[in-house]
Ligand binder design. Structure first.
Ligand SMILES: O=c1ccn([C@@H]2O[C@H](COP(=O)(O)OP(=O)(O)O[C@H]3O[C@H](CO)[C@@H](O)[C@H](O)[C@H]3O)[C@@H](O)[C@H]2O)c(=O)[nH]1
Ligand SMILES: [Mn+2]
Length: 735
């Protein structure tokens, strides 16, 4: 920025204290691992001895767990926390704030309802930020006229909503979230309550019209007449085959036409459904983002870009200002490419049954990554500098170059501008260009965010993780077990693909980002690689228990100590960490369970699919997570009852493992209690303990298989198949 106003920092960085104790503790665990390896190496079963193979597999699994634990230490070694000075920002820059373009992506009106989408859009339009500098773009990959219609309604409703938010400084600024949280005006201030009731009525009316239109499958004729945009759908437009649709619903360049109830300008609002043709790959969200980068560069060209998913409304109207404190800081601002906010959720239940919050990642690992050189880009809730997102390298010149002014295209009419922009959102525009490779968001993986963030970091930019006290973005987590597992399959598959590609953080990042940052990416890269070790560990002890073959040290042997120490210290610490991050003990137990489920299903399928993908035998998809739930399903979700209901192969694996452990424990109990074979207890005690833990984790599975009557229970076909598989496995191991 180079102004002569003295260097006032706009943000501050604090280091976490007490890491020394943690490091000592972690060193002691490391010693435990080493001792146990010494034991294993010195107790290899002789050639021909029963259980040699099982013993080796368990050893490999243990080596893996130790190694994976080691990888998790890099992002725990140091942690930093950021705080901002928004008053300094506005003192200095209030009149010269940069343009901010907000990109919202939606993909399917049936699982991402238009009312939810516009609530997100409205919350973003209502940011506490100069409206003439703010533009909101919606990319609709569903190409739905109901979403378009909802946007049109939102553009009208914004005229009342924005002044209301401003006047009464309300939070959150998503109307749905606001009215759900406050059932009545919070005080009896008559002016406020008057406004409150009338706005609520307007909102309910709008919501009702949109929902009715969706239900009836058509938008009322008089509505259609009101906007030329509907003509696009009259020409016949299917979701996977249509021309680019681009409508500037509010043109911020026309201040006289687009004002709210208070006479203030409204933010620019744009609807885009990029061109879709069956013969062109559309590259999922990454393709949508790149179309938006180009289109917005012609319309508003804001120098800061915010990306949010359609379910993640803004819960904090000051987020833009917070983010700008980083970008506009005199000393460090010019190096910063993106500011990532945590992803928090509205529908998380108390004990977070499916572990969707990723609590420890949010509270510990991301601040840890920040200390290593910068967090990864995790999609929703991230502010970017336009240059770095578009693919430019960092150079020192950014410091001297003054902030780009908003170069709005004043010479064209709205319609002309729309036509110009449509070309930028066509299927062919990217042919023979660097889009998706060196420019914009990267293609070729279902987790475009991580790879894009990594490549930005490798181009010399820094990133920031900012976790303000008031949650900034609040979205929705999956409400069924299957959706939760499928989401993790997509993520872990994406991570492994990146790991196996030229973008492997350890190779691609070499000499470009700090080594500890490269290593901090590894636990995520190798998520799916946990599948084998976990599969062995939850099946082999049980199978060998049936045969009476010991895989672990005897309970009386001193070698049991390092083994116990590693596990007790690791899980004890993880419990402490989880509770310290605000979780409950039951929540930790759920988290541990879901980790095992993910390992044996999501990560396993992700691993297999990635291998097929590498071999060129399959292509990876993007299963969009549903944001709507049937009533009885959502009731069970709220009561924290597992939702099985579908005959998915994932559930067959889960149920088979659960039954296998149950059978072998019963077998062991029988031998001890009925045949009085106490001698087996000594060598097999550890295996019995492992079985008991697996069984305890699987209690909800047994309930779903045998005891529940509701619609969410395990389908009978899963019960039968898994019973057969488990019995088969037991008999094979017996004979
Ligand atoms: O073809 C597509 C597919 C998805 N989306 C949008 O992408 C977003 C994320 O999809 P969702 O199914 O909600 O995935 P999540 O797993 O919840 O999303 C996380 O993980 C994704 C990568 O897998 C990132 O893109 C997201 O930003 C991040 O929040 C949603 O707004 C979708 O509408 C599109 O626009 N086009
Ligand atoms: Mn989502």
């Amino acid at each position: 920025m180079g102004e002569k106003e003295g260097n006032i920092t706009l943000f501050e960085t604090k280091k976490a204290k007490d890491r020394v104790l943690y490091r000592l503790f972690s060193a002691s665990i490391f010693v435990g691992i080493c001792l146990f390896v010494v034991y294993r190496v010195n107790h290899v079963p002789a050639q021909g001895e029963a259980g040699r193979l099982g013993w080796f597999l368990v050893f490999i699994a243990e080596l893996w767990f130790g190694f994976y634990w080691f990888l998790l230490q890099f992002c725990r070694w140091n942690m930093v926390y950021r705080c901002t000075f928004k008053d300094r920002l506005s003192q200095r820059y209030e009149k010269r704030m940069p343009g901010v373009d907000v990109f919202v992506c939606t993909a399917d009106p049936s699982i991402e309802p238009p009312v939810m989408v516009i609530n997100t859009v409205l919350s973003l339009m209502a940011y506490d930020y100069p409206t003439e500098k703010l533009s909101v773009y919606l990319s609709d990959d569903g190409g739905s006229e109901f979403t378009f219609y909802a946007m049109l309604e939102a553009s009208q409703f914004a005229k009342h909503w924005l002044p209301f938010c401003r006047k009464f400084k309300i939070e959150p600024r998503s109307p749905e979230a606001y009215f759900t949280r406050s059932n009545a005006p919070p005080n009896h201030d008559s002016l406020f309550s008057q406004h409150w009731y009338s706005i609520k009525k307007l909102y309910e009316g709008m919501k009702c019209r949109i929902e009715n239109a969706t239900k009836q499958g058509k938008v009322a004729e008089e509505m259609r007449k009101r906007h030329k945009g509907f003509q696009e759908w009259d020409m016949g437009c299917s979701r996977r085959d249509h021309a680019a649709i681009l409508q500037i619903l509010i043109d911020g360049r026309k201040p006289h036409k687009t004002v709210d109830d208070d006479g203030r300008r409204l933010p620019t609002l744009v609807y885009l459904a990029r061109e879709k043709r069956p013969q062109y790959h559309h590259n999922f969200k990454a393709g949508a983002m790149n179309a938006l980068i180009r289109v917005s560069s012609k319309i508003s060209s804001g120098s800061i870009i915010l990306n949010v998913d359609c379910d993640m409304y803004s819960n904090n109207s000051e987020s833009v200002r917070d983010a700008l404190c980083f970008f506009m800081d005199d000393q460090k601002g010019h190096e910063i490419a993106y500011v990532q906010y945590p992803q928090l959720y509205e529908n998380i239940t108390k004990n977070d049954l499916y572990g969707s919050l990723l609590r420890v990642t949010t509270e510990v690992e991301l601040p840890g990554l920040d200390a290593c050189g910068g967090p990864c880009y995790i999609g929703s809730g991230c502010f970017h500098r336009r240059e770095s997102l578009s693919g430019l390298k960092y150079t020192k010149e950014w410091k001297t170059e003054s902030k780009r002014e908003n170069n709005r295209n004043e010479k064209y009419s709205t319609t002309e501008l729309e036509e110009i922009c449509k070309v930028l959102a066509s299927c062919t525009y990217e042919e023979n260009t660097q889009w998706g490779k060196e420019m914009g968001v990267k293609y070729g993986t279902p987790i475009e965010d991580i790879i894009t963030g990594l490549s930005i970091q490798c181009k010399g930019w820094k990133s920031i993780y900012y976790h303000p006290e008031r949650e900034s973005f609040v979205g929705l987590v999956p409400t069924t077990l299957l959706q939760a597992l499928v989401q993790h399959k997509r993520w872990s598959e994406g991570h492994l693909q990146i790991f196996l590609s030229e973008h492997n953080p350890l190779i691609y990042g070499h000499n470009k980002i700090p080594l500890r940052l490269q290593l901090s990416y590894s636990p995520y890269s190798l998520w799916s690689a946990n599948c084998f070790a976990t599969l062995w560990y939850v099946s082999l002890p049980a199978l060998f228990l049936v045969r009476g073959i010991s895989l672990f040290p005897k309970i009386s042997s001193p070698w049991i100590l390092p083994f116990l120490y590693f596990n007790i210290a690791k899980y004890g610490y993880s419990l402490g960490e989880f509770v310290f991050c605000g979780g409950t003990v039951q929540g930790w137990w759920n988290d541990t369970r879901i980790w095992v489920f993910r390992c044996t299903t999501s990560y396993f399928f992700a691993f297999v699919d990635t291998m097929l993908n590498v071999a060129g035998l399959s292509e990876s998809g993007f299963v969009v997570t549903a944001k709507v739930t049937e009533d009885d399903v959502s009731q069970r979700f709220e009561q924290e009852i597992f939702e099985f209901a579908t005959p998915s192969p994932m559930f067959i694996i889960i149920a088979t493992l659960a039954m296998l452990n149950m059978f072998s424990l019963l077998w062991a109990v029988k031998r001890v209690a009925m045949d009085l074979q106490y001698t087996i207890l000594e060598p097999l005690a550890m295996q019995i303990v492992v079985c008991i833990i697996v069984i305890a984790l699987n209690i909800p599975v047994y309930q779903g298989l045998f005891f529940r009557k509701d619609r969410g229970r395990m389908p009978t076909s899963v019960t039968i198949k898994s019973l057969m598989f488990a019995l088969l496995a037991c008999s094979i191991s017996l004979y």
